[in-house]
Design a protein around this ligand. Structure first.
Ligand SMILES: [Fe+2]
Ligand SMILES: [Fe+2]
Length: 358
């Protein structure tokens, strides 16, 4: 997994984008007929204000490659170690895949509904994610690694999620995306000497798009209050933990990015959790106590199981397979214990929208 070998060709990049593991970004489909029936009339004023922001399109000129960008990227890349080069290329492929995953999902919903509110929203979000994916792909093309997105759309596996799971998961991934990008951007404002690629300079305006995408799902959920109470709170709890744990394990299995940017991966992840938890109070009636010592120990434990599973996989053979099974059980038990930890409860605020003020 930590091979220093560089990605050599667009085919290598495409293979990485198509990989299906617990930690890699996925593509989703959903129930379009149910999406078509969504009714936002109970939150009409907030909804219309949000769509007016999309219409205003304050980032329409942001995702353009400039000559300065190319020159800076070339000059900085000449100073990278082979390991940084490889890690950064993987980061670009994984970021491209998750941006494009949103693009494909929103576009499919847009094409399959006639409900004007949902259709408009999905069209705007498709526009944004398509810009994001295209902009990352430009940087991959600098390495001769541009991914054929049409082919990726056709050949990557899709996971079906009911609409409510799409709302919980996508809301969180948009808000966590915001929190990650803004934390990196603020760190590099303090330490510009650590900015090893110009793309990070684009993150501030970029993450405002992700923030607004998250707001859209917050409003959709607030328009269906049954999704935010009763047994559904158990699902919210599950998605919060699954999304946080996936991020933590991924960042700790490959801690290069936060380290290259001068941050401790644990500090970085807990900062991202804090921001996401604070934002998510706009819509979720519970939040995880990420400062609880048992929570923190559990996250470390999940990393341990992941590292052991990777070693077992590398070992191979019957013993390797048995060890991998043992790790899967260990990780599931750890996840279960984390799931049962007490959570914080809070009432939903009357003011539904939050401003991106971090
Ligand atoms: Fe995006
Ligand atoms: Fe987004």
């Amino acid at each position: 997994m930590n091979s220093p070998a560089e990605l050599q060709s667009p085919e290598d990049a495409a293979r990485l984008a198509k990989a299906e593991t617990v930690l890699t970004p996925r593509f989703y489909t959903t129930d379009y007929a149910a999406m078509d029936k969504l009714d936002v009339s109970s939150i009409r004023a907030e909804w219309d204000a949000m769509l007016a922001e999309y219409e205003g399109d304050n980032n329409h000129d942001h995702f353009q490659r400039t000559a300065e960008f190319t020159a800076e990227a070339t000059a900085l890349a000449a100073q990278w170690s082979p390991q940084l080069r490889r890690d950064f290329q993987e980061f670009l492929v994984s970021s491209l895949t998750s941006e494009y995953s949103g693009c494909v999902l929103y576009n499919e919903i847009q094409k399959n509904v006639s409900n004007p509110d949902i259709k408009r929203l999905m069209r705007y979000m498709t526009r944004d994610e398509s810009r994001h994916a295209g902009f990352i792909n430009q940087s991959l093309k600098d390495f001769g690694l541009g991914v054929d997105l049409v082919n990726l759309k056709r050949t990557k596996a899709y996971t079906y999620f009911k609409p409510k799971y799409i709302f919980y998961a996508t809301y969180l991934s948009e808000k966590i995306g915001y929190a990650r990008y803004i934390t990196i951007y603020r760190q590099l404002e303090r330490h510009p000497e650590l900015r090893f690629h110009p793309i990070f300079r684009w993150f501030e305006r970029w993450c405002n798009d992700e923030f607004r995408h998250g707001e859209s799902f917050a409003l959709i959920m607030r328009a269906q209050p049954e999704l935010l109470r009763g047994a559904n709170v158990l699902w919210i709890r599950f998605f919060l933990l699954a999304v946080y744990a996936t991020m933590y394990v991924r960042d700790h299995t490959r801690p290069w990015l936060s380290e290259a940017l001068g941050m401790d991966p644990t500090d970085y992840d807990y900062k991202v959790f804090d921001i996401t938890t604070e934002i998510s109070r706009q819509v979720f009636p519970i939040s995880l106590d990420t400062d609880h010592p048992v929570f923190r120990a559990g996250m470390e434990r999940l990393c341990h199981w992941q590292a052991a599973a990777n070693a077992a996989k590398a070992r191979g053979g019957l013993i390797g397979r048995l060890q991998q099974a043992r790790c899967a059980v260990g990780a599931a038990l750890t996840f279960g214990r984390l799931y049962l930890l007490p959570v914080r409860q809070h009432a939903l605020p009357a003011q539904m929208r939050v401003a991106p003020s971090w």
